[in-house]
Design a protein around this ligand. Structure first.
Ligand code: CA
Length: 357
């Protein structure tokens, strides 16, 4: 065969193949993504937008995802049920908001004094975490995919100093998930509310303190205008995963290549948000400290030690809630012990050495 003829034949064949696929998969999918974040909120909301755009681009426009901020289609804390019953094909939130469905869900967001972002990704992708997460969500007709991570968060905004454990007594603080349980055992009153309500609640005195995320997000909400002290570290959220939840039936109705595109776009979002926070938090912190003269404090060591002790108890007790939570706890804690040993001689030893400590 002449080279030219060969190329011609190959060209025609490729076209035929491409044509065949186009015919089979020509269907266009219009999806809705409901979120627990205010529309376009830096980092959280913008990652949901990015994820939707990415799915559109990677699929060559075969899937179009329209993003809805909290309260646009449904309130923040109703997205789980909405996606579960197919009222939207996707959602973007964080699993600890759904502890009412299963206590185990909290392990797939973050655990006080638990795994860091890097370790969390290791457990989820390579330590059995994601399989357990999907075992849980399958009961609700959902598929779970990590789609963002905040890294270590800040302790939060307080209108009074925390000098001892006494100062936590009677403290009404917005703090979700297991961190809230820890506060409760130390005499505080944890409250859960969506991010969009924090500023007014803090300013009106409806709550005494709130945690949110970190400098980048806390600056955007203007929380420094409503509280005096900014405490660290965020013991309660050392590496919170943001999730994409996908209606299982909707996902499985897609051709295989589009299913892969949706799940891998989530993986991109998961990596990208951690990078974004790591890049934006330092500059936002600088703005908070120098321009807004925020009074930043570290939790006293004895307070941290008490928080740590109670946290370990709270997490261990979770294992007794039900059979499935026990299974997740077993996987998490086994991984945790191993990760701790490795992180001690890798990340921690290096960070100490780098700091000259
Ligand atoms: Ca938080």
């Amino acid at each position: 065969m002449q080279r030219r003829d060969f190329i011609k034949t190959l060209g025609a064949g490729s076209l035929a193949l491409a044509g065949g696929r186009a015919l089979a998969d020509e269907a266009q999918y219009k999806w809705k993504m409901v979120t627990t974040w205010p529309m376009n909120f830096p980092g959280l909301g913008t990652t949901a937008n990015m994820l939707a755009e990415l799915i559109g681009e990677m699929s060559g426009g075969r899937i179009h995802v329209k993003v809805y901020g909290a309260n646009e289609l449904v309130p923040a804390f109703e997205i789980f049920d909405t996606v579960s019953r197919g009222g939207a094909e996707m959602g973007h939130g964080s699993a600890y908001y759904w502890k009412g469905k299963s206590e185990a869900a909290q392990f797939f967001s973050t655990v006080p004094f638990g795994l860091t972002a890097q370790e969390m990704n290791a457990w989820i992708y390579h330590g059995g975490g994601l399989a357990l997460w999907n075992e849980l969500y399958a009961q609700f007709g959902l598929v779970a995919a990590p789609a963002g991570n905040t890294g270590v968060q800040m302790g939060g905004w307080f209108n009074k100093e925390i000098n001892s454990l006494e100062d936590l007594k009677g403290l009404k603080m917005r703090i979700p998930g297991l961190g809230g349980e820890v506060l409760q055992r130390l005499g505080g009153t944890p409250v859960n509310m969506p991010g969009g309500e924090l500023f007014t609640s803090l300013q009106s005195g409806a709550i005494d303190a709130t945690e949110w995320v970190g400098p980048y997000n806390d600056l955007a909400f203007g929380l420094f205008k409503a509280a005096k002290y900014y405490y660290y570290p965020g013991f309660h959220e050392p590496g919170t995963i943001l999730e994409a939840m996908i209606n299982k039936q909707a996902l499985e109705s897609l051709p295989k290549d589009l299913q892969s595109i949706v799940l891998n776009a989530c993986k991109v979002a998961n990596q990208d948000l951690l990078a974004e926070y790591t890049a934006r938090n330092p500059a936002a912190l600088e703005t908070l400290l120098t321009r807004h003269k925020v009074d930043m404090r570290v939790y006293p060591n004895d307070v941290l030690q008490a928080l740590r002790k109670i946290s370990l108890e709270v997490v261990e007790e979770l294992a007794n809630k039900d059979k499935f939570t026990r299974k997740v706890y077993a996987s998490y804690s086994r991984f945790y012990q191993e990760a701790l040993r490795w992180s001690d001689i890798s990340e921690r030893a290096y960070l100490n050495a780098r700091a000259g400590a």
